[in-house]
Ligand binder design. Structure first.
Ligand code: FMN
Length: 262
């Protein structure tokens, strides 16, 4: 018998960490047809081939009606810059506010798909509902992933993804955490030799750390005075929606056009 001590805390949904994602959607009926985002923790992968995921949404959510009407939604992964927006979309309803406009965020329109994506997300999955299961508190929307788009700048030259640069956010028992800086391992690393470990887990991140430190030093020395900061803010406010967003598709080609949401 082990001398470890545990305390039973009851049957709860204490599965952690969970991805904190923004699910973007748009209904088809009047009163529901404004682009919306809901923060979702109850989400996951349920099949590889075909690629399938689920999101569980309470019936009373505005987005529940929207996804039910359109049969499609996008799952946008969230990074550190989107953490506050993620919380906001989890406490405000699209019934009452235009969350895109309130947050200064932009919808990204995938041609031929009936749900907006979040232009500021590092990655999003376009999902089509296959089945809805009523479970009690939540309805589980099981959906096929039709396409995945990844921000262009997150690819290396060889086409692989710079996962550490995604700076993803997750949710654990009521709090948001950042997946910081570097991976602790990679698939199969428990069996890898020292050379491979060094090449995959140490060298790339030493370079990254050097770069980051140099950038921070430069930013400190270039820091504008208060007057310039005020001017910068004013200029940014005056040109909403001017930011360019580039995504690269993960599976097959499909036409995409960016769209701003006023
Ligand atoms: C971190 C976090 C995770 C959440 N996860 C879920 C979820 O999985 N399912 C759900 O129905 N609501 C979830 N919520 C609550 C909704 O996001 C929230 O009620 C939101 O305001 C609903 O927006 P809507 O009315 O525009 O759909 C979560 C909220 C937060 C902050």
């Amino acid at each position: 018998m082990s001398d470890q001590a545990f305390r039973a805390i009851g049957a709860t949904t204490f599965l952690s960490p969970l991805p904190a994602v923004l699910v973007s959607c748009r209904g088809t009926e009047p009163g529901f047809d404004r682009d919306n985002m809901i923060t979702i923790g109850w989400t996951g992968v349920i099949n590889s081939d075909p690629p399938m995921v689920y999101v569980s949404i309470r019936k009373e959510r505005h987005s529940h009606a929207q996804v039910s009407q359109s049969g499609v939604f996008c799952i946008n992964l969230t990074d550190e810059t989107l953490c506050r927006a993620t919380d906001y979309c989890g406490v405000k309803s699209g019934r009452d506010v235009d969350k895109f406009a309130e947050l200064g965020l932009h919808a990204f329109e995938v041609e031929g798909f009936g749900a907006p994506a979040l232009a500021e997300a590092p990655l999003f999955l376009c999902c089509r509902v296959e089945r809805v299961i009523e479970l009690g508190s939540h309805d589980m929307f099981m959906a096929k992933v039709e396409q995945v788009y990844v921000r262009d700048s997150l690819f290396r030259e060889d086409g692989s993804l710079k996962m550490a640069d995604f700076e993803l956010v997750c949710y654990a028992h009521g709090e948001y955490f950042a997946l910081k800086d570097r991976p602790m391992g990679f698939f199969g690393y428990s069996l890898a030799n020292e050379d491979v470990i060094r090449r995959r887990l140490v060298e790339p991140y030493e370079k990254k750390k050097d770069k980051k430190e140099k950038k921070e030093k430069k930013a400190k020395s270039d820091k504008p005075g208060k007057k310039e900061q005020h001017k910068d803010k004013k200029e940014k406010k005056a040109k909403p929606g001017k930011k360019k967003h580039a995504f690269r598709m993960r599976m097959q080609d499909a036409p995409v056009k960016p769209r701003t949401n006023a």
